[in-house]
Design a protein around this ligand. Structure first.
Ligand SMILES: [Zn+2]
Ligand SMILES: [Zn+2]
Length: 420
């Protein structure tokens, strides 16, 4: 919040067409003026959300108005509001303008939740002005690396003011080594050098990851979902989705009469649609067709078909939304290029006529009882850390390691220190 006056003045300058200060670190990767596709959608990364439903009214009441862009760090969340931000909307090939999969859900009660933490996503998460110490709850849909590959970066940020462990929720797999607990254990094992080197420097608690694994075998037709988180009036349910192996799940979060669902990757099923029935925002994957996927990724068509046929086409997503009837349906995990989005919206419209959007990185959705408003964020490319909230937690610093440290003959050549 310490930068608020500067950020606000920059925002006002941008809306009034006053030249923005050259030293501004705000992300102006997109121009102020958009051009539009043939079907009338803003071209990707031009600063407008990919939707014709930027405002969806739910009921009469206080229809709050928002600035055109969400300026990171300058807009407090209201006490009764849910804010959903796309941290990553893409695929395994992490693109500069489209990281892999991750979503941030902030609630007006101060709770924050991360759903998936794919490769390339943490810089965007960091840029939103949210204290990293409050980003300690990650819910993983499945263990494909485009949904979990950013965990090292998030974990590494713990040296910045976090005195508490990172908590990761996820499912068991078909065998113990295929579950989220084994994945976390192996991450810790692989980072043995990192952990030992930081012992005595960073707080012990902040270097821990704790897995909360729920039992996939307990999902049955009689028990199609499990309550996996219930604190502070926030309820998160997990339910199985159809994605290659056992252990892939979707989540539904409910709080204060507001709700969202996120299903990670999946082939379309009526089950996931039923589990997301009636939510405010239903975030579901969306995939381009095999010939385009093959051509754009220089991949043999047979391989492209193998991949694409494990995912959901626009027409299939429309069918899912028709069953789930969300207030806003969001397609994600899509290659958002100027020449792909019109086809996706056309496919969706064949089977669904409700409000839809296609996610881009740093799309922001404000959800209240009265409305759902979708915008794009402008963020600080060179952001600093926000201070952590006051806490009674006292960090523990273990003694620094005495064995395995730098060779004595090298440390004896250290140049005399002259900085603070
Ligand atoms: Zn996957
Ligand atoms: Zn994926």
């Amino acid at each position: 919040m310490k930068n608020m006056p500067k950020l606000l003045s920059l925002f006002l300058a941008s809306t009034l067409c006053v030249p923005v200060l050259a030293e501004s670190p705000l992300d102006f990767r997109f121009p102020i003026d958009c051009s539009y596709t043939e079907a009338g959608y803003p071209v990707p990364l031009c600063g407008k959300p990919l939707t014709k439903y930027a405002v969806v009214q739910k009921q009469a009441g206080n229809h709050k108005t928002y600035p055109e862009h969400f300026i990171a760090g300058s807009e407090a969340i209201e006490a009764d509001e849910m804010r959903i931000t796309t941290i990553g909307s893409g695929n395994p090939p992490v693109r500069l303008g489209q990281a892999s999969t991750s979503w941030l859900v902030e609630l007006g009660n101060g709770d924050n939740f991360i759903f998936d933490i794919g490769g390339g996503t943490v810089p965007a998460l960091w840029s939103l002005g949210v204290p990293l110490s409050t980003l300690d709850k990650v819910f993983v849909t499945h263990l494909h690396l485009d949904h979990f590959g950013g965990i090292f970066n998030l974990w590494d940020s713990m040296g910045w003011g976090r005195n508490t462990p990172l908590h990761v929720w996820g499912s068991s797999g078909h065998t113990p080594e295929l579950g989220v607990a084994a994945f976390v254990e192996n991450i810790e094992k692989s980072a043995a050098w990192h952990i030992l080197s930081k012992t005595g420097i960073a707080a012990r608690e902040g270097m821990q990851i704790k897995a909360h694994e729920f039992d996939y075998a307990k999902f049955t037709p009689e028990q199609p979902k499990q309550l996996v988180y219930a604190e502070n009036d926030v309820y998160i349910y997990a339910f199985p989705v159809d994605h290659i192996l056992q252990g892939a799940v979707g989540y539904r979060l409910e709080w204060n009469g507001l709700s969202m669902a996120f299903t990670g990757d999946s082939e379309p099923t009526t089950h996931e649609a039923e589990m997301a029935k009636g939510v405010d925002v239903f975030i579901h994957e969306l995939f381009i067709d095999a010939p385009t996927f093959s051509e754009k990724n220089a991949m043999p068509i047979e391989v492209a078909k193998n991949i694409v046929h494990k995912h959901t086409s626009p027409e299939e997503l429309g069918e899912i939304f028709s069953i789930a009837e969300p207030v806003l349906g969001v397609g994600t995990h899509f290659f958002t290029n100027e020449d792909t989005i019109d086809g996706a919206f056309a496919g969706l419209s064949k089977t669904y006529s409700g409000p839809v959007a296609i996610a881009q990185d740093l799309m922001v959705i404000n959800v209240t009882k009265e409305q759902i408003v979708t915008r794009m964020a402008r963020t600080d490319l060179l952001s600093w850390s926000e201070p952590a909230p006051e806490s009674d937690d006292k960090p523990t610093y273990d003694p620094k390691p005495s064995e395995g440290v730098t060779l004595k003959w090298i440390s004896e050549t250290r140049i005399e220190r002259s900085y603070n």
